[in-house]
Ligand binder design. Structure first.
Ligand SMILES: Nc1ncnc2c1ncn2[C@@H]1O[C@H](COP(=O)(O)OP(=O)(O)OP(=O)(O)O)[C@@H](O)[C@H]1O
Ligand SMILES: [Mg+2]
Length: 251
């Protein structure tokens, strides 16, 4: 695995996401529970990395560190060449807003907004021009095969459609890094496959460094790299179907 420097690497091809030496520990009564133990991870533009691991291994913790939602106790997270550790909370939030988007297990859509309004809201928050926002939202819904669902409320969409709207909303922010925590866990196998295909397509076509935590098989089928999180570190897993199945069966 490639390790990264803690300093911005400027024009020398900084990865969208690079983590080096990340340590996170939680108090556990009188003891300390080390969840990330000097973890290194680098995700390249257009690369889809899938992380597996047992429940409690620290996968969600890793994603919150990668997404600048939690400061690691030690180590560095570098987003598009900017090292986050030295930044103020405000500057970290700005760096996150500019580069990182999230997709969760349930799409977390706002119940009173239609599909297209969920996307438009992202553009409004980012103070983009109204006409551009609408055009881009329509384009994304079309890309994700949701054009005919644009006017539906979340309660009128299927689980898979809601999840696709959640992905479209994440793409509205034109992120360089996309982080997804079990995006297919609540879906049946066919919908899980279609949502995974969408994530891979978005990563590859838009050049987004995509980091997905998954327990289920669907995201592994489209992964460029499979890492297993264990004892606070990630380990490369060969992407042959047989080996992936073995690892997933343990988790
Ligand atoms: N805020 C916190 N305070 C204390 N302990 C925490 C906190 N957040 C997570 N932990 C602990 O850290 C460990 C890793 O949690 P995490 O949520 O990252 O696991 P996970 O791999 O995502 O598990 P799952 O597959 O069940 O979602 C767990 O033992 C959890 O109890
Ligand atoms: Mg988790």
């Amino acid at each position: 695995m490639t390790t990264t420097t803690a300093r911005p690497t400027a024009a020398t091809g900084a990865a969208p996401l690079a983590i080096s030496g990340a340590r996170v520990a939680f108090r556990d009564g009188p003891d300390e529970r080390v969840v990330l133990d000097g973890l290194d991870l680098r995700v390249e533009p257009g690369e889809l990395v899938v992380i597996s691991g047992e429940s409690g291994a620290g996968k969600s913790t890793l994603l919150t560190v990668a997404g600048l939602l939690r400061r690691p106790d030690a180590g560095e997270v570098t987003i598009a060449g900017t090292a986050a550790s030295g930044l103020s909370d405000r500057a970290r939030t700005a760096l996150r807003g500019e580069h990182i988007a999230f997709v969760y297990q349930s799409a977390n859509l706002l119940p009173s907004l239609t599909a297209i309004e969920q996307l438009e809201l992202v553009g409004h928050i980012r103070r983009e021009r109204m006409s551009e926002v609408r055009e881009r939202a329509r384009g994304l819904l079309e890309d994700l095969d949701l054009a005919d669902r644009a006017g539906q409320l979340p309660s009128e969409l299927s689980g898979g459609e809601r999840q696709r709207v959640g992905i479209a909303r994440a793409l509205m922010a034109s992120p360089s890094v996309l982080i997804a925590d079990e995006p297919t866990a609540s879906l049946d196998p066919a919908r899980a496959r279609s949502v995974s295909d969408l994530l891979a397509d978005a990563a590859h076509r838009r050049g987004i460094a995509t980091l997905v935590v998954a327990h289920d098989q669907a995201p592994l089928r489209v992964a460029d790299r499979h890492l297993h999180l264990e004892s606070g570190l990630v380990h490369d897993v060969a992407l042959s179907v047989g080996e992936s199945v073995d690892v997933m069966a343990q988790g």
